[in-house]
Each structure stands twice: as structure tokens, then as C-alpha cells.
Design a protein around this ligand. Structure first.
Ligand code: SF4
Ligand code: SF4
Length: 458
């Protein structure tokens, strides 16, 4: 990559990590219990910065953009009770880049999620192919649960050409992409076989002894693994557990459902609420016992931190939001992670040059430079940022037949930068960005936690 293409240095300082104090889950309407969107709408001064930062608007001239989807549509609704939500709200991918772009702090994604939820529940035909397809995609956890019972058959059937053709013609699920493989053993099966929390406590104790830490050090985290690390990439969950235990943390893997991310994006707010209730209930009990919630997927941490308190009023929700962290972010706050990585080296199949993409949702949490800053001094591996564009897949968005081409057009900048990067292995924290990276480049994609495990864990 030439100097002209090198991304600008961010304010990120890995030596003085985010202490967590600067990160506030978006508390949009602190004095309101009814999610009043008026103050947010009134803050909009129509600068259109959000529109110029919207990846969908950039490739689709018919998409009216975040300003219309948010404050303008909200005002139309207030002035006319019968106003119907414009169906273009379904073309928003929920990448949330507009949230970050707005200089006035307008809660755009909260407005979009609210409008999309209303559109789906009030206006969408529940017998339409689009609704049925979106519901299936949004409830990936259900399909993955059944597929994981017979992973070999599922892996064959899901990528069997004629079956994919039928799925595209009848349901509108693109046949252009390969379905992700289901693991032969889920993360939770591995976790249980290994001895669960009891074994983790023992491993943490041994690591504390090795590190000269007090045996009763208060180090415990609750892992929100999400659907993908459970059913498709358990190696990410295993890496997360091993790294944390190596730092002396006892890990628990509480009862959990989908974070709700694909449900928000498809306007299925009732489904999302049901899942959020389970997640908040189990996580808030653990927070009361001194645990912090840790996620390896940046969209999961985003959901628990921001979308839950923006959209739902569930007992314990603010407590969970305030105590949720992305996994590496948490270690940066509580450990000398940079120092440990600088003293380490890596060999074997992770001794690679990585083309790193920061997911949009990591950007919203201020984590977009984290992996690059952390691994730039790691002996045996190289990491290069492939720029700040959106990957284009946005979860279920790029799986919809009518949105596939748009999704690939948005991803084009990332594909080009991957092509120009020295490495031919990709890296990202988001499982669907990983799918898009693999699809557009043909590269194998790894998670930063896997590299951290290879560097630090014996
Ligand atoms: S960036 Fe913010 S203030 Fe500017 S038009 Fe968009 S919502 Fe309004
Ligand atoms: S969430 Fe993303 S796709 Fe949707 S309006 Fe905002 S920037 Fe555009």
C-alpha cells in the first residue's frame, strides 16, 4: 500500500486504552420512559452529512437516505396519524454508519429501527414471500440450531445447486453466495464436554498462580458468544475462552439467544424483544454477581450496548448495556495487552500477513483501529487496514436476491483494497463481514482473537 493510500492515524492510543469511562451506551432520551423521538428529530439541522456517509445511498439513487428515513419520516408521521411508513425503510441495511456521521447526535438508527418495526408490523403483508423470507433470515438461530444437529447433511444440502436455485426462485435468497459451514461440534457442546465453568475456574486459578496473581482475584467474565461462534466458528469462541483464562479470568457461558441484530435489520422487533429478554435476564444476574459481559462479535456487543436500551424497556437493560464490552477491548482496559503482544511472537498457520477490515459496528464503538494498533508490533504476523468502507453485506441484507448486486457494489472498495494489500488472509471481528470478504476475495478470514490466542496462549 502506498503512503497516499495509508489510512490516517486515528486518535486511538493503545498504550492508554479506553477505560470504559468514555464509552456511554447511547442514552438518547434520559428523561423519557416512552422512547420519545422528538428531541432527536428536532436536533436535525438538515446538513445531509448522514446522506453522504450512507453506503446504500451511494450505490442506489432511489434510496432516499438516512435523513429521510429518520427525522423527516418521523415528522411526517407526527403531522398525519395516517401517514404510512415509506417502504424504502426496508432498503436501509442497518449498518449504522449514519449514527456516527451525524454531527448533531440525531439517533438515526434508533429512528430507522422504530420505523422499520412499525412498517413490518402494520403495513407488511404477513403472507408475502418477502416477509416469510425475511423472517427465516432474521431467525438464523432457529435454522442453525436444526442444521447443527446434522451438520454434514446440512452443509451438503444448503449448498446443493438445485436446492439453492429453488430457494432463490421461491424465497428470494441469493444463490450467488455459499452458505457458511456448520461445525461438527458447536461451541456450547465443546464447552460442556470440557467441563464448563468448573474447568474454567480451575484453568483461571492455574493461570493466576503462574502469573503471580492472588488466587481470589476478582476476574470473571460472562461470554456472549452469539449464534455464529456457536454454530459456525466455534474456534473463535474457544480462542476467546483460552485467552481470557490465560489472563486468569473465570469464564461462564450463560443461557442466551440471538443478540437480535438480524431481527432489528428486518423490522422483526417482537422477535428481537423475546430474545433480548432472555439475554438481559441471564446477563443482568451475572452482572449483579460481579461479571462483565464479553462478546467476540462486534454486532452482538453493539446490540447489547446500544440497540437494546434504545428500543426496549426491560428490567436490568441499562445495567447490562453499561457492563458489556467487546472481548479485546475489555483486555485492553484491564490488562497490559499491548505489552504482552509486543513481547510475544507467532508461528504456524497464523504467521501471516492479514488484510484487516473494521466492521461498521466496531466503528460505532470506537474500535475500528484496535486490531491494527494491537498487532502491528507482533513478531511473525503483519496486519494492514483495508480502509474504512462498508463491506456491504450487513448481515442478512446481502443474502437477499434483490439486494445482492447492491451489496457487492458497496463492497467493491474493500475488495479492491484487499487485492492491493500484501496479505492474502483476511481478518475481521464480524462473521458476516467475514463472509463478504471471503466471497469477494477468495481469502480465508480469521478473527483477531484467534491471532491473540496463537500469540499468547502456550
Ligand atoms: S447528519 Fe444529522 S443533522 Fe445532518 S441531516 Fe443527517 S440527521 Fe440531520
Ligand atoms: S443505517 Fe446505513 S444503510 Fe441505513 S440509512 Fe444509515 S447509513 Fe444508510
Amino acid at each position: 500500500m502506498s503512503d497516499a493510500e495509508t489510512p490516517p492515524e486515528s486518535e486511538f492510543d493503545p498504550v492508554a486504552p479506553n477505560t470504559g469511562e468514555e464509552f456511554e451506551p447511547v442514552d438518547v432520551f434520559p428523561d423519557s420512559d416512552d422512547f420519545d423521538l422528538r428531541p432527536g428529530a428536532d436536533s436535525c439541522y438538515k446538513c445531509s452529512t448522514c446522506d453522504t456517509n450512507c453506503p446504500v445511498a451511494e450505490v442506489d439513487d432511489d434510496f432516499p437516505g438516512p435523513k429521510f428515513q429518520g427525522p423527516e419520516q418521523w415528522r411526517l408521521k407526527q403531522s398525519d396519524d395516517d401517514h404510512e411508513i415509506d417502504d424504502s425503510v426496508m432498503d436501509c441495511s442497518n449498518c449504522m454508519r449514519c449514527d456516527n456521521a451525524c454531527p448533531s447526535g440525531v439517533p438515526l438508527s434508533q429512528m430507522h429501527n422504530t420505523a422499520r418495526g412499525e412498517y413490518v408490523s402494520e403495513q407488511m403483508d404477513k403472507l408475502s414471500v418477502e416477509y416469510i423470507r425475511n423472517r427465516i433470515l432474521a431467525n438464523y438461530r432457529t435454522s442453525a440450531f436444526f442444521a447443527s444437529k446434522v451438520p454434514r447433511i446440512a452443509n451438503f444440502a444448503m449448498n446443493f445447486g438445485p436446492a439453492r436455485w429453488v430457494m432463490e426462485k421461491t424465497l428470494g435468497v441469493t444463490s450467488e453466495r455459499d452458505f457458511p459451514e456448520f461445525a461438527n461440534q458447536t461451541f456450547r457442546e465443546w464447552w460442556a464436554d470440557r467441563g464448563g465453568q468448573v474447568q474454567s475456574r480451575e484453568n483461571a486459578r492455574a493461570a493466576r498462580k503462574r502469573r503471580g496473581l492472588p488466587e481470589d482475584a476478582d476476574k470473571k467474565v460472562a461470554y456472549f458468544h452469539g449464534c455464529y461462534s456457536n454454530y459456525n466458528t466455534p474456534e473463535v469462541g474457544k480462542a476467546m475462552v483460552r485467552v481470557f483464562e490465560d489472563f486468569g479470568y473465570e469464564v461462564v457461558a450463560p443461557e442466551q439467544k440471538c443478540s437480535g441484530t438480524p431481527m432489528f435489520a428486518n423490522g422483526m422487533l417482537d422477535d428481537a424483544r423475546r430474545h433480548a429478554e432472555t439475554n438481559v435476564s441471564s446477563m443482568s444476574e451475572l452482572v449483579d454477581e460481579g461479571y462483565h459481559a464479553i462478546a467476540s462479535c462486534t454486532s452482538c456487543s453493539m446490540a447489547l450496548r446500544q440497540e437494546y436500551p434504545e428500543l426496549f424497556d426491560i428490567d436490568g437493560i441499562d445495567k447490562v448495556a453499561e457492563n458489556t464490552f467487546e472481548a479485546i477491548e475489555y483486555l485492553r482496559i484491564h490488562e497490559d495487552l499491548k505489552g504482552e503482544v509486543q513481547a510475544a511472537d507467532v508461528d504456524g498457520d497464523l504467521a501471516e500477513e492479514f488484510a484487516y477490515h473494521a466492521p461498521c459496528h466496531s466503528r460505532n464503538q470506537g474500535l475500528d483501529r484496535q486490531a491494527v494498533e494491537l498487532f502491528r508490533d507482533l513478531d511473525g504476523a503483519e496486519i494492514e487496514d483495508v480502509g474504512d468502507s462498508c463491506s456491504g453485506i450487513s448481515g442478512t441484507y446481502g443474502w437477499k436476491e434483490e439486494k445482492y448486486e447492491k451489496s457487492m457494489e458497496i463492497g467493491e472498495e474493500m475488495f479492491e483494497h484487499m487485492d492491493h494489500a500484501d496479505g492474502e488472509t483476511g481478518m475481521t471481528e464480524c462473521p458476516t463481514c467475514a463472509m463478504q470478504m471471503e466471497h469477494g476475495s477468495g481469502y480465508e478470514i480469521r478473527h483477531p482473537l484467534e491471532l491473540l490466542e496463537a500469540a499468547l496462549v502456550e
